[in-house]
Design a protein around this ligand. Structure first.
Ligand code: BJW
Length: 253
């Protein structure tokens, strides 16, 4: 697909370039899966209401009480297996059919609803619930069962599997690939994230300083909403399909 000048024709307030081409990065957070019935973290009724974040989302918490943490993630894994993608996930999969390699979905979510909607170019920067990680050998097998009963690692046999998720103080996955895509994109769109966890919350600033237009789609303005060129508020299952129709229409004209 021909390349738009990232600092050129699309800087007049339109979210698409005038020659109909662009590289797009979509950063997603828990809000995109909310309408699939997957609980967010910080909203009222969210996962962390009634949970000490340090107890369930840090390596120190896991070392202190592995059984509590394994049971917390086992319950969430079961909930994710029962959830299904919603119109927001499906709209991003349709956008990928148009943009192909020019779209990268960077998700903070540990569910696999983007993939089940049909997206193929997805980076899980905070890991995946349906994967385990062996603390002895580093193997990362696909995993749909509980971990609380300490099953052996299929690779080395040690009973040292943990959820393959990124806790506070750990380094997220694929940071170089993400930074490269964000700094080279023409349009950066953030969907359903509170903008309270770094480095993800810093990507809007990287995109903006690299010359991209920036758009936030969220139920309410996030903590970093002031850094975006445009903020649209509402449920992701409505906002994302509408934005995808708008963008695809402009790209194919
Ligand atoms: C809807 C909706 C609907 C609801 N429709 N919208 C400054 C700079 C850099 C780092 C730091 C810093 N200060 C501190 C740090 C360290 C720390 C950090 O950010 N701490 C903050 C508390 C400040 N960061 C880290 O430790 C990270 N690692 C790191 O920095 O390594 C060092 C390093 C970095 C770079 C290079 C070299 C070294 C790791 C962070 C790991 C986060 N892990 C978690 C848990 C994952 C496992 C699990 O799932 O349990 O990831 S925390 C949790 O928060 C989870 C999420 O992915 C993440 C973000 O949450 P998200 O998705 O935004 O959800 P919510 O609930 O907060 O918001 C939902 C939003 O949806 C809301 O806005 C709603 O309005 C909206 N919404 N319904 C549309 N229907």
């Amino acid at each position: 697909m021909p390349r738009a000048d990232p600092r050129g024709g699309d800087r007049d307030g339109s979210l698409v370039s005038h020659n109909g081409a662009m590289r797009v990065v979509v950063l997603t957070g828990a809000g995109i899966s909310a309408e699939s019935g997957v609980r967010t973290f910080r909203d009222s009724g969210g996962l962390w209401e009634g949970h000490d974040v340090g107890a369930v989302a840090t390596p120190e918490g896991f070392a202190r009480d592995p059984d509590l943490v394994q049971r917390f993630y086992d319950a969430r894994r079961r909930a994710v297996l029962e959830a299904t993608p919603n119109p927001a996930h499906r709209a991003l999969a349709r956008l990928e059919e148009t943009l192909e390699d020019d779209l990268l979905v960077v998700t903070q979510n540990v569910d696999d609803l983007h993939e089940r909607a049909g997206s193929q170019r997805v980076v899980h920067m905070h890991g995946e619930l349906r994967r385990a990680r062996c603390q002895a050998c580093g193997h990362r097998p696909a995993w749909d069962d509980d971990l609380a009963d300490s099953p052996p690692c299929p690779e080395c046999g040690e009973r040292t599997l943990r959820p393959d998720v990124v806790w506070f103080g750990e380094v997220p996955y694929e940071l170089d690939r993400i930074a490269d895509a964000v700094s080279r994109c023409d349009l950066f769109v953030s969907v359903g994230t509170s903008g309270s966890v770094y480095p993800a919350a810093g990507y809007v600033a990287l995109a903006a300083t690299s010359g991209a237009r920036t758009l936030e789609l969220n139920l309410e303005p996030s903590e970093v909403a002031h850094l975006f060129d445009e903020v649209r508020t509402g449920p992701a299952a409505e906002l994302v399909p509408a934005w995808v129709v708008e963008l695809r229409g402009a790209l194919t004209r």
